[in-house]
Write a protein that binds this ligand. Sequence first.
Ligand code: ADP
Ligand code: MG
Length: 408
Amino acid sequence: MRILVQKFGGTSLANPERRAQVAAKISETVSHGYSPVVVVSAIGRSGDPYATDTFIKMVSSIYSEFPKREMDLLISCGEVISGAVLVSTLQSLGLEAVLFTGAQAGIITNNCFGDAKIIRVEPGKIIKELEEGKVVIVTGFQGVTEDGQITTLGRGGSDTTAAALGVALNAEAIDIYTDVEGIMTADPRIVEDAKILEVVSYNDICHLAHQGAKIIHPRAVEIAMQKNIPLRVKCAFTDAPGTLVTCMQPDMSVGSDIIGDRIITGIAHTPNLTQIKIDIQNEENKSQAAKKIFKGMALADISVDFISVQPENVLYTVRDELADKALNILKNMGFEPEALPNCAKIALVGGGIADVPGVMANMVEALAESGVEILQSADSHTTIWVLVTKEHMVAAVKSLHQKFQLGK
Ligand code: ADP
Ligand code: MG
């Protein structure tokens, strides 16, 4: 059996016309001799009647402390609705399809409601249906605990479902269908001349996704990479080839021209961050003060980023919505924190950054030329980050894209 996993996002399933196009893609896959396992997200985006955010708002507008277990039960319905509708679209084309929830598909997770991790996949039922010639539709973004509780996998979780099924079924490829023609050098909503990347390494995409490129969930890339299953990001509405994500290294023969030549792969951005600054100049034991700060954040489940500990101060960022909570904790500890809300992190990602001198110089020059102030910076061997104000975010992404000629 030649298995292909095909994942369709919410916008690809948003209306009957789009669902007809999706069904046509699935039908084409069958006609090419593949057995498709189709993973679906909930229909539409925030504000649409059956979107995940709509379900969340329905209950949280009444009671903000809605229990997590019941929230997962509620939001798992969005994918069930879209899956059932897609089954009917496929049946109308004469294709026999069967719909499985995450639980029925054998996606076993831990019990971390709202952000559960897949611990294993038991694909026996899916294989049985495929052997009978049916198209198997699986609701994305959800699983079940060992003791039968429904869980959800967090934002972008349908990508993770697709990757986990691809690995468990030893699929020929995992195809992520979305509303753009592939992974681009930057978010096309910000950079009009962003270029589609034809071939890219798991590592580069993983970094871009971790840095905020919304196109694919980083966990999905990590899972596919473990078993070296090719990931392809494609458009649900065109026949464009899309982006192939694979394990290629610069020194490997396949694609060496493409990846080897590239210093920068792309730019990602993360808005809605608050920079927190704590003066520790007068602290007797500065390491102890830093330890106290980060322990306080960890105990409150506040994830921190862009950390810089210096003799004068401790700097880090948190998501805007967690800033008040973080500041209260710090004040209760006796610190006098300063906060700068509405910041954005811009990340320049590329396997070649470490080997090429002058990348930082060019970055600083580009930002200065477009009047963008750098609030903080950091780097690793594959990424350079800068923190800027939200007002400067678009200008920063555009100017870096141009400076490094990523649209060419
Ligand atoms: P889906 O509902 O199909 O999962 P998403 O909204 O999660 O779709 O992802 C697709 C969107 O990701 C695109 O519409 C695009 O605006 C955004 N995006 C962000 N960064 C990139 C990038 N580097 N390349 C392509 N798209 C990107
Ligand atoms: Mg998505």
